[in-house]
Design a protein around this ligand. Structure first.
Ligand code: FEO
Length: 405
């Protein structure tokens, strides 16, 4: 795959007008990004700006440098690079900086102070750093780069690079998608598919950073933006209002009238309860999803959780606590810190119990609104237990129906 000129319009008469090129790598085969199931692969985006001075914005993941250098060489000898802008230290964006510096030892690495510290830890060497803070600028010729530090979005080092003359925002992880495609722009892919991947990315990477995301959106709102170039996935130039609005909604956990029944089961008892709850909630005209652990991976589950108003969590008891799959799910959820949801827990046990209580304790500590008593039954749910399941489900659905209204 060749480099792609960055253009604001699909049918630009002069694709090289801006002198900016995508020189990243499309990773079609990755399916596990440290636990994140990347069903559609990913991309590691790098951008080359050729002006009087030459700047490379981010490098690719280690191992994909040859591909990047091939693309850079379409426009300039890589040894001519003057600046490497490191918007984010994480190795999927910095992994090949050392190789760039082997070819262009004169190049300065431009990063936030935290970025400098992180890069120095990852890649010991005698790098020439230029540390920048919010508002600092760097002129390449006719192109000026302006830096905006965005700590914790996604790491302490993170920053945006903004081009005030062309209104282009290089947003590193923010607005990204793990989405391998031959298309480079949002107007060249299916919109629902794109938004699904953007939402999955937000849920799994940024969900717990909602307040920081909201603050960063406020900063971004003060900029004129014609194009957003993230470090993963496609470039936004048509659907910028859609993705900004989506980030605003996600950052405050704006709920949809949606009930998720997430469960595991050993001998179908908890499953019978789950199905009963799902059926009763669906009768209240809210969206209901019945999601068994093990069948649905954690990546998709937390994406569903992001905008769900209500959760019914079901686990049998195994060895006096919840099932291991539920433990893994709730541990992941604890780190992502969902907000603005109501929930209850249900499940079957044999003799002493403990699974429902263990799961409920985690939901309580997460600060979710617990609805009614948790539902427990011994061995197989009887009609009385199922009646309680139906009543709880209808109450949860009622709350979900009015959430976000
Ligand atoms: Fe794609 Fe936080 O790195």
């Amino acid at each position: 795959m060749k480099s792609v000129a960055i253009t604001k319009n699909k049918d630009s008469a002069n694709p090289n007008e801006l002198g900016i090129h995508w020189v990243g790598h499309v990773d079609w085969t990755i399916r596990d990004f440290h636990g994140y199931q990347t069903h559609r692969g990913s991309t590691y985006n790098a951008y080359l700006i050729v002006d009087d001075k030459v700047a490379l914005i981010d490098a690719v993941k280690a191992g994909y440098g040859d591909d990047m250098f091939e693309k850079i060489s379409e426009h300039v000898d890589p040894s001519k690079i003057d600046y490497i802008i490191s918007n984010h230290t994480e190795p999927d964006h910095s992994g090949e900086i050392a190789r760039v510096l082997e070819l262009a030892p004169q190049a300065e690495v431009v990063a936030s102070e935290k970025g400098r510290q992180g890069l120095t830890r990852y890649y010991p060497g005698d790098w020439k750093f230029r540390t920048v803070k919010t508002g600092d600028t760097l002129t390449l010729g006719k192109t000026t780069l302006k830096f905006i530090c965005t700590p914790m979005l996604h790491w302490p080092d993170s920053m945006f690079t903004y081009l005030p003359d062309s209104n282009i925002l290089f947003s590193m992880d923010a607005f990204g998608q793990h989405y391998a495609t031959s298309a480079r722009y949002d107007d060249d892919v299916e919109f629902p598919e794109l938004m699904f991947e953007a939402k999955t990315y937000y849920a799994n990477i940024l969900m717990h950073l909602g307040s920081i995301t909201a603050k960063t959106l406020k900063q971004a709102g003060e900029l004129d933006i014609d194009m957003i170039c993230p470090s993963h996935g496609v470039i936004w130039r048509k659907h910028i209002p859609d993705i900004i609005q989506a980030y605003q909604d996600w950052s405050i956990f704006k709920p949809k009238p949606k009930v998720l029944v997430i469960y595991d089961s050993m001998w179908h008892s908890t499953e019978i309860m789950a199905e009963t709850i799902a059926q009763a909630a669906a009768e209240e005209n809210v969206e209901v999803k019945l999601l068994r652990l093990g069948v649905n991976d954690l990546t998709i589950l937390v994406t569903e959780v992001l905008d769900a108003a209500a959760l019914a969590i079901g686990t049998p008891t195994l060895n006096n606590t919840m099932m291991p799959a539920m433990g893994a799910f709730l541990t992941y959820l604890q780190g992502l810190k969902p907000r603005n949801k109501s929930a209850f827990v249900f499940g079957s046990h044999g003799w002493s119990g403990g699974g429902v209580e263990a799961a409920a304790e985690i939901l309580k500590n997460l600060g979710l609104e617990l609805v009614g008593e948790n539902i427990r039954c011994q061995y197989l749910p009887d009609e009385e237990t199922l009646k309680t399941c139906r009543a709880h489900a209808k109450k949860l659905a009622g709350i979900a129906k009015t959430a976000g209204v």
